[in-house]
Design a protein around this ligand. Structure first.
Ligand SMILES: [Zn+2]
Length: 684
């Protein structure tokens, strides 16, 4: 059983998410399927919690509209990157509400919670209790400002609102007051004993549960530090109107804490998958021979390694996580990725700007995956890896193999005549023997960078072997030796076609087609996997090189996002939805010159402009009469939207629109092209 962190449905997926929880899961899932393992990998949108209600409030829409939009957009991002979940669900579904409520009730019945009525922070202006992201303050542990009511994102500590120093409502900015409310708490302190041995030694109920040495040191370290500093009770309900309602009489206006319901979402998602695939979900969650692996980012460790295991163990029917191979964070061009500052590479934007390049992004993200500590994505590094590794090593090698096989053998794999193998041949064949075993081992230990390095090492070795053996020279004098070299190169390429599939699924499929590989099972990889006599196919160009301009354009896009973010105006309108370049191209923008202008009778706001466009002279009505006198307008060069559908106003047909900038205090300014442009110039 594999899960990846449920992405929060209040924003888009960026490369940090992918490298943190989704690409590792995908590589592992693809590998396990190829290895014939019984594996199911689920995920879904996390659609509850304060960050969503806050976002909805800010955008002036309902939480439902927010989650519907992002549920859709996040799925597009995953699909575009070939993230191959077996099932993708959402926590706002009726089914999930029922599953989460049943889970809560079971724990409630057996006394797993403490019910407390006590004073909580309350914003009387907003008429709302403040928990989680509704409240910020200084972290009591690391003293970082801006810690949230449930967690400090700086040091990862799980918090309660009342822990915060100098608390402040994020709704009104006010210092909150205290007001009584009833909450259901999970007394985590009760569980310290068994959690400690579960984390430290992998023992549970006196028996071996998992191999604790297989856990990442930074994961175990974080858990140890929390347990050692004493686990506080955590409220498992919230006073909010968006979420899974607390299924208790008299609990109106209360919902389950999002970190109670979200991990249960993994279970709901598995149930949905089982229903459609004729499986029994319990085999994956409630059977002793099942394993449970959570792929997450390091900010979710406390929820998956302490809170969720407590919930599962208290319930009693479930297995506990076997491993939680959390990744650290991926930074971007020297700074932390930030959704609010738009400092990110958004997956959907990448896919639109780089169509057909999903494998390139997967490759780079897998190469720099933050497995043990934070790592950094830069566009210059992206370019180097695509050009020097994918294009020059892998692409170049397989292309040379196919070209020469076509040239010498009419694309048919040559027979090897019995002859002694050289030391170089033996080295290559030995690598083909060992590589699948090493890669499998790395993947299962969540060492994806090493696994990819090993797989690419096979291509690199093939490329080097071919260059050194020079079949194009040997061919003139020694047909048997040439056949040996070429056959070996074909085997290497065939091996790559399978070994790279977990990382580069699209490239692998193209290679498998070209090399006639119909069985891409892991066990099919062997030094003689491609039979002599087989005819090889065609291969499209696998990788195009990335030029410097592309890198510069991406970096400057980020810089301008940064400039916008730091220079943001208080009254600035939110950015509109992203549009495609094709959409933009529909706009016919031209420089126009105003040759005449007069007021429109009985219309206080309208001026009638006569504009020379280079094509014609036309009439355009503009709502600027309160800002300009007609004589101020004549002679001006303006920016004209020339292909706006004509519209009759006051009996006059307006053929276009003059673009204006509205200043902070509501005044209007013409959008005037620089000196030197003249009527008819196209703006693009
Ligand atoms: Zn902190």
């Amino acid at each position: 059983m594999m899960t990846s962190a449920l992405p929060y449905a209040n924003g888009q997926i960026h490369i940090g998410h992918v490298g943190g929880a989704y690409l590792p899961g995908d590589i592992r899932a693809r590998f396990e399927r190829m290895a014939g393992s019984d594996v199911v990998w689920v995920c879904g949108s996390d659609e509850h919690g304060a960050a969503i209600t806050l976002r909805a409030k800010k955008d002036g829409v309902t939480p439902r509209e927010i989650v519907d939009q992002y549920h859709h957009e996040m799925q597009e991002a995953f699909k575009g990157l070939d993230i191959s979940f077996d099932h993708y669900s959402r926590t706002s579904s009726e089914k999930h509400h029922r599953v989460a409520q049943d889970f809560f009730l079971k724990l409630l019945d057996q006394g797993s919670f403490e019910v407390k009525t006590e004073a909580q922070f309350y914003d009387s202006e907003a008429d709302q209790f403040l928990a989680d992201r509704y409240i910020t303050g200084t972290c009591p542990k690391c003293e970082a400002p801006g810690a949230y009511g449930d967690q400090c994102e700086k040091c990862g500590t799980a918090l309660s609102p009342t822990d915060l120093i100098d608390p402040q409502s994020t709704l009104s900015g006010a210092t909150p007051e205290l007001k009584d409310t009833t909450l259901w708490y999970l007394p985590m302190g009760r569980h310290e004993g068994w959690l400690k041995s579960y984390i430290e030694t992998g023992e549970l109920n006196g028996g071996a549960h998992h191999d604790a040495s297989a856990w990442k040191a930074h994961v175990t370290g974080q858990c140890r530090s929390w347990i050692d500093s004493g686990l506080q009770s955590r409220a498992m309900t919230r006073d909010l109107d968006w979420g899974v309602p607390v299924p208790v009489e008299g609990a109106d206006g209360k919902v389950l804490y999002v970190w109670l319901d979200a991990p249960i979402g993994y279970i709901t998602s598995t149930m949905e998958w089982a229903e459609t695939s004729g499986q029994n979900w319990r085999d994956w969650w409630q059977s002793d021979d099942a394993e449970l692996i959570h792929f997450i980012g390091k900010d979710n460790i406390v929820f998956h390694c302490l809170i969720f295991p407590i919930l599962l163990k208290e319930h009693g029917d479930y297995i506990l996580p076997t491993n939680v191979p959390a990744n650290a964070f991926m930074n971007l061009e020297g700074d932390k990725i930030s959704t609010s500052r738009n400092w990110a590479v958004w997956v959907n934007e990448f896919l639109a700007e780089f169509p057909g390049k999903s494998d390139e992004l997967r490759y780079v993200l897998a190469s720099i995956m933050p497995e043990q500590k934070d790592s950094e994505f830069t566009w210059a590094d992206y370019r180097e890896r695509v050009n020097n590794e994918l294009a020059d090593v892998l692409g170049n090698f397989v292309n040379r193999v196919l070209v020469l096989t076509r040239k010498y053998y009419d694309a048919v794999v040559p027979e090897i005549a019995s002859q002694a193998l050289t030391a170089e041949d033996q080295a290559v064949l030995a690598t083909l023997e060992s590589a699948p075993i090493k890669i499998a081992d790395f993947i299962r230990r969540s060492r994806f960078r090493d696994a990819l390095q090993e797989a690419m090492g096979v291509a690199r070795l093939g490329n080097k072997y071919m260059t050194e053996q020079e079949p194009w020279k040997v061919f003139k004098t020694d047909a048997e030796r040439t056949a040996m070299i070429m056959n070996t190169c074909i085997q290497v390429a065939g091996n790559c076609a399978v070994l790279l599939e977990p990382f580069l699924p699209q490239t692998a499929k193209k290679l498998q087609t070209a090399f006639g590989i119909s069985n891409a099972a892991w066990e099919a990889v062997r030094p003689d996997m491609i039979a002599a006599g087989q005819k090889l196919g065609e291969l499209p160009i696998l990788f195009e090189k990335v030029d410097e301009e592309t890198v510069a354009a991406q970096v400057s896009k980020l810089e301008s996002a940064r400039a916008t973010a730091s220079g943001a105006r208080m009254d600035c309108e939110p950015l509109k939805e992203t549009m495609t370049f094709e959409d933009f191209q529909k706009l016919d923008l031209r420089v126009g010159e105003v040759t005449a202008c007069e007021r429109v009778p009985k219309a206080d706001k309208l001026l009638q402009l006569t504009i020379r466009t280079g094509l014609d002279e036309r009439t355009v009505l503009s709502g600027i009469a309160e800002h300009f006198e007609p004589e101020e307008v004549v002679g001006r060069r303006v920016t004209l939207l020339a292909n706006l559908a004509p519209r009759k106003i006051r009996g006059i047909e307006s053929q276009g629109m003059v673009l204006m900038a509205e200043t902070e205090d509501g005044a209007l300014r013409f959008v005037t092209p620089e000196e030197g442009s003249s009527a008819g110039d196209v703006i693009r």
